[in-house]
Design a protein around this ligand. Structure first.
Ligand SMILES: [Zn+2]
Length: 288
């Protein structure tokens, strides 16, 4: 009840705040404009458009970060001490996944791969290999969809179908769920709960998807910024981000030095399984 009240108040503050800001901004623009022929009608429509844009911005950042504590969404675990986790999204990929597996094996690191269902259908033996080599897998939807604007039936089908293809091909049920681009919503949180899966995002992106990413930029970013409790994001497939045939070469070249660099900083690279044992951040919310 109190929760609902607080949510209502937050909404009210955002709506009225954005209208007030937009009202004065359009007046200021009219005042500064060199011509005097701006009518009231234009000023008010300007106010409406601007406040709509502000609210859209607020809604967008809400989808990414939420307001207040969201204990069901795992981004980082400060209680995990010096432990960090490596995660790879969008695979399995025919070109890059096996190269990554080789490096992980040589460095004795257990990572987590968030698999795209359609990619598992294409490369089932690589999905199987990931699990056989001791890594964990998560669900990254079937077609790398944008969750918030998918209709309910599609969203549920995308998640359940991926669980099924992972289970059938890799012989394991994915305990983690990660929405593409980190865009989740209430429905996805409920589905995750229902299917016994943790919603796992990340706290440090290697930015390896960036078209100008290089081996050095990826190493520097991750090793300099990483601290205990971080979930670190990489990509092992180039086909879904940054256009067709985007290369994951910087990721592969950077991975070995990153593992060494993290260890040199005193960080321990742990599996998701070990990491999740640590309690989530203490939340402010007292009621269920
Ligand atoms: Zn992705």
């Amino acid at each position: 009840m109190i929760d609902l009240f607080i949510r209502g108040m937050i909404m009210l503050i955002f709506v009225s705040g954005s209208i007030v800001i937009s009202y004065f901004t359009t007046r200021l623009i009219a005042y500064l404009a060199p011509f005097a022929a701006i009518s009231e009608f234009f000023l008010w429509s300007g106010t409406v458009v601007l406040s709509a844009l502000l609210l859209m911005g607020a809604a967008y950042s809400y989808v990414y970060h939420g307001f207040g504590a969201q204990a069901d969404i795992v981004r980082r675990r400060p209680s995990a001490g010096n432990k960090v986790v490596l995660t790879f999204d969008d695979g399995p990929s025919e070109v890059y996944t096996q190269e990554i597996l080789k490096i992980l094996a040589a460095k004795r690191v257990r990572a987590t791969f968030f698999l795209v269902g359609s990619q598992v259908d294409k490369y089932p033996e690589i999905a199987q290999q990931i699990v056989e080599e001791g890594h964990e897998v998560g669900n990254h939807t079937y077609g790398h969809i944008t969750v918030p604007n998918s209709p309910p039936s599609r969203l549920a089908a995308q998640i359940m179908r991926t669980n099924l293809v992972i289970f059938q091909n890799a012989g394991t049920y994915p305990l983690y769920l990660r929405p593409p681009r980190g865009l989740y919503d209430m429905r996805m949180r409920r589905i995750a709960k229902l299917l016994g899966q943790e919603l796992v995002l990340w706290s440090l992106s290697s930015q390896d998807w960036h078209p100008r990413a290089t081996k050095d930029s990826v190493i520097r970013r991750v090793v300099e910024r990483a601290s205990g409790g971080d979930i670190i994001l990489f990509h092992d497939s180039g086909s879904l981000l940054g256009g067709d045939g985007a290369t994951r070469r910087p990721t592969i070249d950077a991975l070995g030095p990153i593992i060494d660099g993290l260890r040199a900083k005193g960080l321990e690279i742990s599996s998701m399984e070990e990491f999740m044992v640590y309690p989530p951040e203490v939340t402010r919310r007292a009621s269920g």
